[in-house]
Design a binder for this molecule. Sequence first.
Ligand code: GNR
Ligand code: NI
Length: 173
Amino acid sequence: MAKVPILEIPDPRLRQKALPVERVDAGIARLMEDMLETMYAAPGVGLAAPQVGVLSRVLVVDVAAGDDSSPAPLRMANPEILWASTERTSYKEGCLSLPEQYAEVTRPCQVRVRYLDQRNAVRVLEADGLLATVLQHEIDHLEGVLFVDHVSKLKRDMILRRLQKTRRVRESA
Ligand code: GNR
Ligand code: NI
C-alpha cells in the first residue's frame, strides 16, 4: 500500500468530471487501498480519486475514522445517488483539497446510493447523518464540484482568499 499526495486547489484536475470504471479490477481495488491509507494519514473521513489525480469514479469513506470505534471503511466505484430525501441538513464541511477551510453546507439528510464494491459486486447503501453528507461531498468531487460551490459567492471568495493568505504566511515562515 502507498500513501499518495493530495491535490489542492487550483489544480485543474479537481474541476474535471471523472469517468466511470469499466469494472473493479485489481488495479482499481489497489487504488481504493492507497486512497484509504492516504485518507487515514491526512486525516480525513473521505477521499475521491480526482483528489489524488485519478479521474475515475472511485471514492473511499470512513466516518468512524478518528473516533474510538473500530474502522468502517467503504470503497465505492461508480456511485450513483438513487434517492435523496427532501429533508435537508447543514454540516460544517471541510476538504483536504482546501486545507483548514470550513463552511456550513446544506444537503439532503438521507441518500440511497448504488455502487460497485472492491469485489465488483453491486451494492445499495442507505445513509444518513455524517455518512450521507460525506458521500454527497465525495460524489460531488467526481463531478468536479467542491463544497465551496454550495455557499454564497461572498463566502466562497472569503474562503479562497483565506486559503491564499494561509499559504503566503506558510511560505514566508
Ligand atoms: O475529511 C473530511 N471531512 C469532512 C467533513 C465534513 C464534510 C465532508 C468532509 S470530507 C473531508 C475529506 C475530503 O476532502 N474529502 O473529499
Ligand atoms: Ni473533499
